[in-house]
Structure formats: structure tokens, C-alpha cells
Ligand binder design. Sequence first.
Ligand code: 5GP
Ligand code: 5GP
Length: 278
Amino acid sequence: MSSPLTQPLLCLFLALLFVAGTSSPARAPDELERVGGGGGENQREFDYFALALQWPGTYCQRTRKCCSSNGCCRGSNSPATIFTIHGLWPDYNDGTWPSCCTKSSFDPKEISTLNDALEKYWPSLSCSKPSSCNGGKGSFWGHEWEKHGTCSYPVFGNEYDYFLTTLNLYFKYNVTSVLNDAGYVPSNTEKYPLGGIISAIENAFHASPQIICSKDSVQELRLCFSKDFKPRDCAIASDAKIDMVTSKSSCPKYVSLPEFASTGHDGLQSWASNNSAL
Ligand code: 5GP
Ligand code: 5GP
């Protein structure tokens, strides 16, 4: 719903986006001050967190080449039948989000004690090296910390707390087991009602998730939390649930949770078996 007040603001926002030449799909106006501003003292505090999870059975279908950092390529050690973590994202209630809030660079040493758990539950499912906020190329974890984690102040002030709390949230709100218990198991033949998947999550956590599809396959599922980590709806509009199962969703009414395929792409199986250290 737009008020007379929001329209001029919207125009200003769009103009700022244009002038800044940003490629981000939805940035907050004050982010434009923050990016490169290095400090974040002018930043507007975020409103809530989205825990973004990815489904390897869908995500790994796009794998065209393998490398040591790609969790899709680990054969029987791949995260085949669980949702894995994409990131914990600070969001604004209006659907926009801040990004790259400080100039702090990712330091892998700060989270080295979490490495085993992160490799297992927060693997990169791609060989591509994401860009860091400072212009270079880095790891998936570094990208998530710099792009999203640095905007989680004052809830998190350092990498370790950000990654540890994300892991704990992921364990506490176990989407994979909720869906399995409701009969939504990985399958290359079954289609499940999107509304049923949403209801299973709502019944378990008393909040509505956001689901992202690639064609008719579930690719991401996002759970949302208040700043004190109580589950809350991802969308604030009262008709959000209706929107999600109809036109505004990236998902059709019936969706699949594809099984993870460890073969089928040239070289994947042989790469994995030649790299037994993984
Ligand atoms: P996509 O365009 O693939 O949906 O998203 C690309 C990237 O934009 C995501 O990986 C994430 O970094 C950011 N992004 C997309 N949607 C959201 C959102 O709802 N909240 C936040 N904080 N970031 C998002
Ligand atoms: P986001 O979409 O989160 O802003 O950016 C993700 C970046 O990390 C992209 O450049 C993507 O190619 C890279 N990336 C590396 N591993 C993964 C992964 O497992 N999932 C996603 N969504 N992106 C990944």
C-alpha cells in the first residue's frame, strides 16, 4: 500500500539507485552512504534476520565443473539430503536490505575452530569465487560475512559470533527434519504442494518461511527471526502467504525436492573419487 508520503520517497530512492549505478536488486537508501563509507555510523539498523538455506539436490544440478571448494563434488560426503546454510541476512521490513556495511575484511582464522561444522553444514556449492565487498575475490563464507554479516551490528560485532549463532539457529530450527517428518522427502518423481510445505514449517516454528524455486524445484528456504532470534514471518504483508503460493512466488503450486545426483555431470564422480581427502 502506498501513501502520498511514500511516493516522493520512492522516487528519491530510485533516483539514488540510478545515480549510484548499483546492481543490487534492492538496496536501502542509506546503504548508499554506507558502501565505501567504512564505519557504518550513519547506517539504519536492520529489522530482522533471514536464515537462507539451500537445497543441494537443486543447487548442485547446475554444477558444470568441480574443484576442492565445491561441496557438490564430494561424492558420498556431499550434503545430499539436507538443507545447507546460504547465509544469515539482516533485512528491512520493507523488503530491502543493507549490504557491505563496513570495510572489515573477512579473516578465516577467526572462525577456524568452526571449520568442520561449517564445511558440513555451510558448504559452498559452487566453484565460483564471489566478490568481496572490497573488490577482490574470496570464499563463500567471506562473501556472506562481508556482504551480510557486517550489517548485523549491534547483534553481532564479530565473525565468530555471527557464524556460531547461525550454526546454532540452523540446528535449532531443523527444516530438513520437519519436512521429512511431514512426508516431504527427497524424490525425483514426487511433486509436493507448496502450501503443504509452508504449513509444515508454520506448524513447527509458528512463522511463515519464504521459498525460492528454480523451475519447479525448491532451491532455497528462508526462515526469519526477530533480532532476539524468535521466529517471525518473512513477509510482513497480511496477504503474504497468498502471494507466496500464487503469482508473486518463484514457485509453482506443486514443487519437487530433487534427490542429489552425485553422477551425471562429466568428471564429477571421478573428481570426487580422486580426492579422497574430502
Ligand atoms: P537472487 O537475486 O539470486 O535472489 O539474490 C542474489 C543475492 O542477493 C543473494 O544471494 C543475497 O546476497 C541477496 N539477497 C537476495 N534476496 C535477499 C533478501 O531477501 N535479503 C537479503 N539480505 N539479501 C538478499
Ligand atoms: P549471494 O548470492 O549470496 O550474494 O552471492 C553468492 C555468491 O557466492 C555468488 O557469487 C555465488 O557464485 C557464490 N557462491 C559460492 N558458493 C555458493 C553457494 O553455495 N550458494 C550460492 N548461492 N552462492 C555461492
